[in-house]
Write a protein that binds this ligand. Structure first.
Ligand SMILES: C[S@@+](CC[C@H](N)C(=O)[O-])C[C@H]1O[C@@H](n2cnc3c(N)ncnc32)[C@H](O)[C@@H]1O
Length: 194
């Protein structure tokens, strides 16, 4: 299986994966930061995990709640001969994050959008001093930026994402926001010269 087939497979099954423009920014960021130990929240079927591993010399720990997706991703990593660099965890990131002792120098945050805010303190703690947080979908269909959004269904997630962005601005000395894809936040624990 190649990456294009995997993308089509995800679309066919309505599994949301990395958008193509987000993928380009993720690859550029990995090339710039050269991380060695990456954490991903939201494996899905292993598309972004494969991109991460193919574009870095890092190992990857990736968390997924859905058992079928976890199993599918296992085969995907095997298919790309990446299984020795991946530690897949099946479970709820909200329960797993508080138990993690290891430090990561790159975190790809791509789980449920309504949980980003709650997860932030744990993510900040396990991010190493020169670490990078890369959060996807922060504008959530553009609703986080605009005044118009579907009032009932997504209201909580949108308000939490707004708070998440504000909290990141307070916590991280370096933060960049991108409109590309569904909105991307890239934050660094250290001050950087652009
Ligand atoms: C946007 S998808 C991830 C896409 C993937 N990163 C990619 O680009 O190929 C989000 C994933 O998070 C998973 N998820 C939802 N709630 C979760 C939780 N509490 N803990 C871990 N994973 C969760 C979903 O099952 C879904 O597969």
């Amino acid at each position: 299986m190649d990456l294009e087939t995997l993308r089509i497979e995800a679309e066919k099954n309505y599994i949301p994966i990395l958008r193509e423009d987000t993928e380009k920014i993720l690859i550029k960021t990995l090339e710039k930061e050269q991380p060695k130990n990456i954490l991903e929240i939201g494996t899905a079927i292993g598309y972004s995990g494969t991109i991460i591993l193919q574009n870095s010399n890092s190992k990857l720990t990736t968390i997924e709640l859905n058992k079928d997706r976890y199993e599918f991703a296992k085969n995907v990593f095997k298919n790309f001969n990446l299984e020795n660099r991946v530690n897949q965890i099946l479970g709820d990131a909200n329960e797993i994050l508080p138990t993690i002792k290891e430090k990561y120098d790159f975190i790809f945050l791509d789980g449920p959008k309504g949980q980003y805010l709650k997860e932030l303190p744990y993510l900040f703690d396990i991010l190493s001093e020169n670490g990078t947080l890369f959060a996807d979908n922060i504008y959530y269909h553009g609703w986080v930026k605009g005044n118009e959004y579907p009032k009932h269904k997504h209201r909580t997630a949108i308000l939490r994402l707004r708070k998440f962005i504000e909290e990141c601005k307070l916590k991280f000395p370096t933060i960049n926001l991108y409109d590309d894809g569904d909105g991307i936040l890239i934050a660094k624990k250290q001050q950087t010269k652009n």
